[in-house]
Design a protein around this ligand. Structure first.
Ligand SMILES: Nc1nc2c(c(=O)[nH]1)N[C@H]1C(S)=C(S)[C@@H](COP(=O)(O)O)O[C@H]1N2
Ligand SMILES: [Mo]
Length: 303
């Protein structure tokens, strides 16, 4: 299928997966020699380095190296243990400050909303990153169908609680169910996506089927998977990671290369499939689109 060009990551900056795979094959064959010859001059003159391109991460990497603690904390657990996960039928609760709280079938909630293709950079707080072609609907279009009250200032999202299906939920790794939240203007931003597919296919279970959030300028943990409720509220909601590790990142969790994690630097990242680390960009490269949301906030404090 054709991966449509997103406004924010121009097609000229994306190398298709096929070219990327060819290059990997090439590197495998010529690897040691090419690296030995090229790495030294590039490292000696970093300022002369070309602006790094965004190469589409291989589908294999994006669907086998995952964080989804409900299935286990190892990167390979989600793919290995999610084969029997039941992503249909699926009900989403629309709760809190809305005109009519209700539970709605997922397909009914999404019916007739335009399905969009978006290629986004994806930056985990652990300092690895990918470039993923998602399919989904703009969260703002779903919110419009929820009829939130004027006083609603935040949306809280909750993952399914089901220890029979989620082996990880049988252990107190996190306070279950996983919760995340956005300020209403972040939720209404056109880049914010509710995702139902990737690489032109239905979303794999390990990537959060049938419904997950993608907020490309924030650390990956904001992108909650297996969503069963949207709750509108006038108070900043709690999130699982804020509850368990308040000293790490706060509610906002915007990608900021200048604010270190307590145990590592966020200045650089390992793009999965690449050899050399690359610089992390403020707001993960989406500053032009989203920095105005945070005007006047000290992002060093309110991170
Ligand atoms: N419910 C739930 N959602 C989650 C997580 C999780 O453990 N549980 N991990 C988060 C983290 S840390 C990241 S980096 C992304 C990973 O998404 P991916 O596996 O599709 O790359 O999912 C996020 N959403
Ligand atoms: Mo993450």
């Amino acid at each position: 299928m054709l991966i449509r060009r997103p406004d924010d990551l121009p097609a000229s900056d994306i190398t298709p997966e096929s070219a990327y795979l060819n290059r990997r094959t090439f590197m495998g064959a010529a690897g040691a020699l090419a690296l030995g010859a090229l790495a030294a001059p590039a490292a000696a003159f970093p300022a002369l380095g070309r602006r790094q391109e965004d190469t589409l991460t291989s589908e294999e990497d994006a669907t086998s190296y995952n964080n989804y603690y409900e299935f286990g904390t190892a990167k390979e657990d989600p793919k290995a243990l999610s084969g029997d996960f039941k992503a249909r039928p699926w009900t989403v609760a629309i709760e809190g400050m809305v005109k009519t709280p209700r539970r709605v079938d997922l397909d009914a909630l999404l019916a007739r909303l335009p399905l969009e293709d978006r290629v986004y950079r994806h930056r985990c707080v652990e300092a690895w990153s990918m470039v993923i072609p998602w399919q989904g609907v703009a969260l703002k279009d779903v919110i419009a169908r929820c009829d939130p009250l004027a006083g609603a200032k935040f949306v809280q999202f909750t993952t399914l609680l089901d220890p029979r299906q989620f082996p990880g939920q049988r252990r107190a790794v996190l306070p279950w169910p996983y919760k995340e939240g956005l300020r209403m203007d972040e939720a209404m931003h056109p880049l914010t996506l509710l995702v139902t597919g990737m690489y032109g296919k239905t979303l794999p279970n390990q990537n959060g089927a049938p419904l997950r959030l993608v907020v490309p300028w924030k650390y990956g943990f904001k992108g909650i998977k297996g969503i069963v409720s949207l709750r509108f509220t006038d108070r900043m909601p709690t999130t699982s990671w804020n509850d368990v590790a308040p000293e790490e990142y706060g509610f906002y969790a915007n990608v900021n290369p200048d604010v270190d994690h307590p145990r590592w630097s966020q200045a650089r990242e390992r793009r999965i499939g690449e050899f050399r680390r690359r610089a992390t960009l403020p707001f993960n490269g989406y500053a032009a689109q989203v920095a105005s949301l945070y005007a006047g906030m000290d992002l060093r404090r309110n991170y």
